[in-house]
Design a protein around this ligand. Structure first.
Ligand SMILES: [Zn+2]
Length: 279
């Protein structure tokens, strides 16, 4: 599943290709995605010019000059292909094709957990997909005091709290383990036990880990491709994720004694940590 850094990478890549373009035509081969593509989708976007790109959590937003915003989510397996010419045949799972005067966007999604829909640009904050979302990692509202207040009386493990999109939006499963590793906090500690200094470290490393991943072009352990066809692998740079039994990059512990990086399951999701470094 593309995580926030991948979506940021997709957004930047698509923007580089078609920002400022005029939408000329739309083909909907399969409207039934997680939310169906609206029946009037084509009518509402053809003729409009793309004015800007934005990302909220793991959604890519395309703002148009007619007051509409395209909301795009990639689900588990969604990819955008950017073509300069219309292909002679479509591939299986090419559900949506948007032709612009600068290039053609083809949305391919085998599992169809993604979605493409429309919203009036001025009403995005009230949209059902966004109205419950917490601040983005780079919002000034996301700070240590905010976290301490949100974690108050929360007995759930800190790692599960970090995945709660109503507290902070955009941290996925891989990065939650990585952030807590850098902050040197055990993932199964109760959220309410986090002190101010630790909350500051979480804020700092949330931004740092995600920024590094964005710089590296996004990452997942799956066969995830950037829109221009490059594979956005990043797994070799993870410190703990999927590294069970290995030595973590920062400590000199004897893994024959400690067993190295450990894996536990929290809330049904794989979680990795160093039992020596993280407290
Ligand atoms: Zn270690």
């Amino acid at each position: 599943m593309p995580e926030l850094p991948e979506v940021e990478t997709i957004k930047n890549t698509v923007a580089a290709a078609v920002d400022g373009a005029v939408i000329l035509d739309v083909i909907v081969n399969q409207p039934k995605l997680r939310i169906s593509i609206p029946a009037d989708f084509t009518k509402r976007i053809v003729g409009a010019r793309i004015t800007s790109f934005k990302r909220i959590a793991k959604y890519m937003l395309i703002n148009l000059n007619n007051g509409q915003t395209i909301i795009w989510h990639f689900g588990m397996s969604g990819k955008i292909k950017i073509e300069s010419q219309m292909p002679t045949t479509f591939e299986k799972h090419d559900h949506l094709i948007i032709t612009t005067d600068k290039g053609i966007l083809i949305y391919n999604d085998p599992r169809r957990f993604g979605l493409v829909t429309l919203c009036e640009s001025g009403k995005l904050k009230q949209h059902k997909l966004f109205k419950h979302l917490g601040p983005d990692p780079w919002d000034s509202e996301f700070n240590a005091d905010y976290l301490i207040q949100k974690f108050k009386a929360k007995k759930v493990p800190i790692k599960i709290a970090l995945l709660n999109q109503e507290i902070i939006c955009g941290i996925g499963n891989i990065y939650a383990s990585e952030i807590l590793y850098h902050a040197q906090i055990l993932p199964n500690r109760a959220a309410e036990s986090i002190n101010k200094h630790e909350a500051e470290l979480i804020v700092k490393f949330t931004r740092q880990v995600l920024e590094e991943a964005i710089k590296a072009g996004g990452s997942t352990i799956h066969d995830y491709k950037k829109p221009d066809g490059d594979i956005g692998y990043f797994q070799q740079k993870h410190c703990v994720y999927n590294k069970t039994g290995q030595k973590c990059p920062q400590c000199r512990c004897n893994i024959a004694k400690t067993g190295g990086i450990r894996k536990i399951v929290l809330g049904g999701r794989s979680t990795f940590y160093c039992g020596t470094l993280q407290k």
